[in-house]
Design a protein around this ligand. Structure first.
Ligand SMILES: NC(=O)c1ccc[n+]([C@@H]2O[C@H](COP(=O)([O-])OP(=O)(O)OC[C@H]3O[C@@H](n4cnc5c(N)ncnc54)[C@H](OP(=O)(O)O)[C@@H]3O)[C@@H](O)[C@H]2O)c1
Length: 284
């Protein structure tokens, strides 16, 4: 799929944090745009200096200065400051600008309400492995966004991993599953490593074995084309060591607890959207 991105364009990231860094890195690596076409804005001067030193990308302390003349503006600030940022940049955006938000819980409807009439918006939920180019990003189009906008967003986020398009009604589930998902795997890694120490392994060995096992299991899942349950059954011989571990996990209802945890993240994502909706229109 060809990216409808011109090398003459300006793309500005509002908020020069972790996710903006992953994306800027991916965009430059994939040669979608060169550094003179990219800009970042942030209230933190040190972040701007970091982008200048690492990527040769110009930084602006005032959002209004950074977005001037931009064809694409990516909102990469925390949801809590989004209302203020939308209010601040709304009047400065040129009519044809595409606004892409990666903020959790901020709906396309809400953005459209706060931005000038007719603005095209796209909402994306990436995840942290985007930092290594192995992210998962899900996007949905706002009412006025076009198929060209969809192709552009796919190209941008493919530069940091896999991209899926879904209806916006699924975004809370996506936030709970892939947005928060890396934390579940880190939690599992913590437990596995701790069990390793308790059984007498040193830190480095426990880490090597845990990371190698998670990486290998993920690769098997991808390459074998089998469902996780099938693979689990293949490595669980009756009366064997894995079966002994599975018995404990089943008795402890770990599956139910895990699903409950992910549903709690989905509920929290809904609540965050509602908190955002309750911010008065154009409130700072
Ligand atoms: N990190 C993830 O795993 C992840 C996954 C999915 C989605 N997201 C979404 O991505 C967005 C960014 O997350 P992140 O992890 O990159 O956050 P982050 O590292 O905190 O980056 C946000 C940056 O924006 C700056 N900022 C604060 N107020 C600003 C303003 N008014 N104008 C311009 N910049 C401002 C912050 O400065 P200060 O630090 O000085 O406040 C910070 O440098 C969030 O909305 C989050 O929901 C993140």
């Amino acid at each position: 799929m060809n990216a409808p991105i011109s090398q003459e364009w300006i793309m500005t990231f509002v908020g020069a944090g972790n996710m903006a860094e992953a994306l800027v890195h991916g965009i430059i690596r994939a040669k979608l745009l060169s550094s003179p076409c990219l800009r970042v804005t942030d209230t933190n001067r040190r972040r701007l200096d970091h982008f200048q030193a690492t990527f040769g990308v110009t930084g602006f302390e005032r959002n209004a200065d950074g977005i001037r003349g931009a064809q694409v503006v990516v909102l990469a600030v925390k949801p809590q400051v989004m209302a203020g940022v939308l209010k601040e940049i709304g009047a400065q955006l040129a009519p044809g600008t595409l606004v892409v938000s990666i903020a959790a819980g901020v709906s396309t409807h809400r953005m459209q309400q706060q931005l000038p009439a007719g603005m095209r918006v796209v909402r994306v939920m990436p995840n942290m492995p985007a930092l290594t180019g192995a992210g998962v990003s899900v996007y949905c189009l706002g009412k006025r966004a076009s198929e060209d906008d969809a192709r552009l967003v796919e190209s941008l986020f493919q530069s940091v991993g896999v991209v899926v398009r879904l209806d916006e009604k699924h975004l809370d589930a996506v936030t709970a599953l892939s947005g928060s998902g890396p934390a579940y795997v880190f939690f599992l890694a913590e437990f596995m490593m701790q069990a390793g120490y308790e059984m007498g392994l040193d830190h480095a060995t426990a880490k090597t074995l845990t990371l190698g096992t998670i990486r290998g299991a993920a690769r098997l899942l991808e390459e074998m084309g089998q469902e996780p349950e099938e693979l689990r059954q293949r490595v669980t011989s009756k009366g064997g060591t894995t079966a002994a571990a599975m018995d404990v996990l089943e008795t402890g209802r770990v599956k139910e607890i895990f699903i409950k945890a992910i549903r709690a993240a989905q509920k929290r994502s809904r609540e965050l959207s509602e908190e955002m909706v309750n911010v008065p229109r154009n409130a700072g």
